[in-house]
Design a protein around this ligand. Structure first.
Ligand code: AMP
Length: 408
């Protein structure tokens, strides 16, 4: 596959770059500009080569099923891309950053035509268009008609076959135009490929899965049970496994329709479950509550729910992780947003920090990446992915992502 580094003779050419500027923001105030920063190497490479850079990204969600047009307008307003242009401009001093409030039509065409070499145009949220998520062919064709080349750098969106991620490059490719991967994509794909195509020297390969729902991670458990030597389970999803194995789980959340599946997964012999849990009789941290540690043998009493792995489990998981040569982690071990239930997730961070240099360690984005940053462990990992859904899907589908496959 071509990469942005390989592109030559692009001075004056319109390069359409799909970036992931889906930044956390409220009322135009951007709380974290890391996603913008992550796209800078690609953007500056292109502006440095004199290209006219057109950036497209989605931001938040627009629920098109909403029948009230006024509510749709509210959702659009809440996800306006304009403030992101300001945040980007601050990060590329000396480069002109323009913003186009239109997603289609003459206004967009004129904005692209008005670009000078080396300038950047950020377009309005792609999801302002109903056809974006449906990969509407006319929308994709209109966007493609504006571009001479396409660069994909939105790893966090590459598992979605939308008009801006798959529609546009497939049209340009069919027209014989150049399509390439950006720097962020290269880094993500290379690092995650190591968790998909596992080399002998990377064993033991240990996966750590946590988070809320088993159903979200079903396919990944199946794929990982073929690739990994062990799968360590934490978070609320552990209780679906425990329930399936007949343990007492009190009021802990579990997914009734996943019990049979959990049993089948467990039969692989690779799944390691918590041996104790931190439980509470109330989820609400502002309410008076009783928090205690119970072992798996005792079971979780009625009225209590498991909200973190316990200290014995922390030790067990640390010992497993200490042996690893390759680690893939997705999903926190407990409700890490609350101080009382952070210890399990921090213990996993510490265990991974402990094998720095001896193992290749990947945090697969989403909530676990937020936890890793919050607890100050980002630099201890070999790779912290910018895409939770995309990294899981890449592993699930044996290395395939629609937004990457279309460029091949
Ligand atoms: P996910 O999006 O599936 O990775 O889930 C992440 C969310 O699961 C976080 O907000 C955690 O607080 C939550 N979570 C993790 N463990 C538990 C638990 N034992 N009980 C309730 N929520 C949990």
């Amino acid at each position: 596959m071509l990469t942005v580094k390989d592109l030559t003779g692009i001075e004056g050419k319109v390069v359409y770059v799909r970036v992931d500027f889906n930044v956390p923001q409220k009322n135009g105030v951007i709380r974290d500009n890391n996603r913008i920063k992550a796209a800078l190497p690609t953007i500056t490479e292109l502006t440095g080569k004199g290209a006219k850079v057109v950036l497209m990204s989605h931001l938040g969600k627009i629920k098109w099923k909403e029948p009230d047009p006024a509510k749709i307008e509210e959702m659009k307003k809440a996800n306006d891309m304009a403030p992101v242009a300001g945040a980007l401009a601050e990060l590329v001093p000396g480069t002109t950053v323009k913003f186009c409030a239109a997603t289609r039509g003459e206004e967009l065409k004129a904005a692209v035509a008005g670009l000078q070499n080396g300038e950047i145009l950020l377009c309005q949220n792609t999801r302002y268009e109903k056809g974006e998520e449906k990969n509407n062919p006319e929308l994709a064709a209109e966007w493609a008609s504006l571009a001479d080349l396409f660069v994909m750098d939105a790893f966090g969106s590459s598992h979605r076959a939308h008009a801006s991620t798959v529609g546009v490059p497939s049209i340009l490719k069919a027209e014989g135009k150049t399509v390439a991967l950006g720097y962020l994509m290269i880094k993500e794909v290379e690092n995650l490929t190591r968790c998909v195509e596992v080399k002998d020297e990377d064993r033991p390969y240990i996966a750590i899965l946590g988070g809320f729902k088993v159903s979200d991670k079903i396919k990944v458990i199946e794929t990982l049970s073929k690739k990994c030597d062990k799968i360590i389970i934490g978070g609320a999803m552990a209780y679906t496994f425990k329930k399936a194995l007949g343990e007492e789980i009190g009021n802990s959340p579990f997914e009734a329709d996943q019990l049979e599946y959990a049993k089948t997964c467990y039969a692989s012999g690779k799944i390691v479950l918590p041996v104790d849990s931190i439980v509470s009789d109330n989820f609400d941290e502002t309410a008076p509550r009783t928090i205690k540690t119970v072992t798996a043998a005792e079971g979780i009493p009625a009225g209590f729910e498991g909200l973190d792995i316990g200290p014995k489990t922390q030790e067990l998981y640390k010992a497993e992780i200490a042996k690893a040569k390759l680690v893939f982690w997705n999903g926190p071990m407990g409700v890490f947003e609350q101080k009382d239930f952070q210890a399990g997730t921090i213990a996993v961070c510490e265990a991974i920090a402990g094998i720095k240099g001896q193992a290749f360690t990947v945090c697969g984005g989403g909530d676990s990446a937020s936890a890793v940053k919050q607890f100050g462990f980002k630099s201890e990992f070999s790779h912290v992915s910018t895409g939770g859904g995309a990294s899981l899907e890449m592993i699930e589908n044996d290395g395939h992502l629609p937004g990457v496959d279309v460029l091949k």
